[in-house]
Design a protein around this ligand. Sequence first.
Ligand SMILES: OCc1cccc(Br)n1
Length: 445
Amino acid sequence: RLLFSSASSSTLTHGEDAPPAQSDGVVDVNPPRGTRDFPPEDMRLRTWLFDQFREVSRLMAFEEVDFPVLESEALFIRKAGEEITQQLYNFEDKGGRRVVLRPEITPSLARLVIKQGKSVSLPLKWFTIGQCWRYERMTRGRRREHYQWNMDIFGVPKVRAEAELLQAIVLFFERIGITSTDVGIRVSSRKVLQAVLNMYSVPEHLFAAVCVIVDKLGKLSRDEIERELISTGLSSEAVQGIIEVLSLKSLSKLEEVLGPQDGAVADLKKLFSFAEQYGYADWICFDASVVRGLAYYTGIVFEGFDREGQLRAICGGGRYDRLLSTFGSEDIPACGFGFGDAVIVELLKEKGLLPDMSRQIDDIVFPLDEALEGPASNIASSLRKKGRAVDLVEDKRLKWVFKHAERINASRLILVGSSEWERGMVRVKILSTREEFEVKAGELE
Ligand SMILES: OCc1cccc(Br)n1
């Protein structure tokens, strides 16, 4: 009796022991809208990707941390009009608490730093890989969840932190075969925008909202951006001044506009000189239009992009020196980035850089008849205790076993047959060379 359907709707028989029925008595086996399952092959790719994230975090001497996916809604209530806070996957739990499936991880990191308080010594370098959520009307059919690698440094006020984070990103790209001809990292500072707003005496409280609007440059039309800026209360002179400065792509031009004493200019010059020393200068470029869309950035911001311009931002981050005070705590200078699991896979596919994701097993152990299932268990167990990955197969025809061995790329096939077993032996087949020989069962390595 078929109890499930992967089709979105079909009427099938269902019995008394059926799972809780949906409308037509059938459980939809697809995952909830906007979410993904990870069957083995997809999970192998994800595990490979996360292993690269972890290895770079280790090389950079970051410590792993983790948080609940469920957070208090209060952590994400911000008034700057960000897309991320307008698409909160939020609800009220059975205790009447307002909670969310987190849309990002930085606020959780900040919460833990505050909670740890004096018991942690600065600087802190923490990383995590976690699922993030948004509730977007499926009109655009975009996903509602993704996994994000987050690397954050707390307690380093100077651009050393940004330089370290950029090295982490470049190390990651290089590890997976992406080069600086495939990808670049646009770098700027929100202090550029701050300087322009000061020139036009735009009140400080509009800063975050202006950043969120300006981040849409390239996604919305220039007219749309100007309209949104005007409606925020900016004068048309201020709007023109913003658009003019943010179109700069040369640091020396920026210095001409803002002067050599300007904080943004000094930070960026320092960062670009560090880049030469780290050896990743050809990966980064100054682009004043980079502001990133999160309200809390206060300084250097950056985003990885594919130079062919076909994909959305690959990763992004920046400095957020005043996030902790929005949670009522003393501020600690901080800087971090998020790196999603989706765009990078699209890029790897495009560049033909997806790694081989086929299975690999050391040994298949196969009893040639039922009476030998006991000895086969003993052999599989002792091999596993020696660190061999063993697939114990039974109730199959030998022909199937050979096919299976090929399918899962087994190195050896260990056949437990009665004539050999009577002499305390088993037959070993090396699948790469077709070599075949007998071995004392107790001496199998
Ligand atoms: O990057 C924005 C975002 C946040 C949560 C989930 C997804 Br999918 N995307």
